[in-house]
Design a protein around this ligand. Sequence first.
Ligand SMILES: [Zn+2]
Length: 141
Amino acid sequence: MTRKELNVFKKQLLNEKALLLQGIGAKMKGSPKTGDPEGGDVCDIASSDRERELTLRLSERGREKLREIEEALERIEDGSFGTCEMCGCKIPKGRLKVMPFSTTCVACKSKEEKQRKLYEGSADYALARDLGSDMNKEDED
Ligand SMILES: [Zn+2]
């Protein structure tokens, strides 16, 4: 991959990061765009409760995405960007354009997804996933 191509991905990642942080910031201030009418009755409380729950979920995903973006930027710096971390092959540029923070090729990704599905439905799923990603990190170092 040329330096120019890497710069395009870097810009894209920085842009996504900015958007993500803007989104989190807007939500923390209480979504000024939709506006919150003064007071509020029981119905409003019920819906804002649900909204809060959604926001919490989004921000958790947002934090995860932010980490993925940061890691992709690091990979651009250390030259491993665009290389599948599982099999070492080159990740197709088309895939990187859609998901610049991809760390695996499509084949490895679907293998990984299959393994994840084994955990789905289990209460330990999130824990297993978190432990798994931590273990992967240690292996890389
Ligand atoms: Zn692969």
